[in-house]
Ligand binder design. Sequence first.
Ligand SMILES: *Cc1c(COP(=O)(O)O)cnc(C)c1O
Length: 216
Amino acid sequence: MSIEKRYNSVKSRVTNAAVKLLAVSKKQPINKIRQLYQLGHCTFGESYVQEAVEKIKILSDLAIQWHFIGPIQSNKTKYLVQYFDWVQSVSSLKILTRLNNQRDPSRGKLNVLLQLKVGNEVSKKGFDAAQLVAICQKQQEFQNIRIRGLMSIPKPSDVYKVQLKQFSQCKDVFEKMKTYVAVDTLSIGMSSDLEAAIESGSTMVRVGTGIFGKRE
Ligand SMILES: *Cc1c(COP(=O)(O)O)cnc(C)c1O
């Protein structure tokens, strides 16, 4: 199937016009990114720092808004502040502090989503609800960061009700954040569960294979 067909099919599943679509281009070739850009899409997400930086340099002729959505090692934060507009996967205070200290103020504030851990998976990255809200309470300490909301990757499930339950936990925490910060972005939902995410109040879905086909 062509990228255009896949793209239109994903767009038709995003039934709420207020929901933004992030095209996840990790492990996808440059020519496919250009193809999608030519169809009018300009927000892309990447998960691996080195791969992302190479692509961003090559594609610097395009007006793409780049979102980082992958795991973050502290020695890589200097690249994130330099090349990205958004970092969605901030899951520790240490990383948040480094991003804040390393962002060049002349580039404007870095847009950040705090990653929420849902369920009891010990290994999963992210803050619990209380930690996440505590950071919002002291957001003014991070002068070069704009906290825009939260991102979450709940455990995949084929059961719609289970998807809804997990996403509604995200929505609850997102509402709590609003007490302290003017947040506007709830990044939940991927290729296989975006309908449940949208029903739960998602404002941004992140779709890779649904648009580009299988990764390399
Ligand atoms: C890879 C990835 C996606 C996209 O996954 P698909 O199954 O290809 O739609 C979304 N969010 C995150 C955080 C990812 O790492």
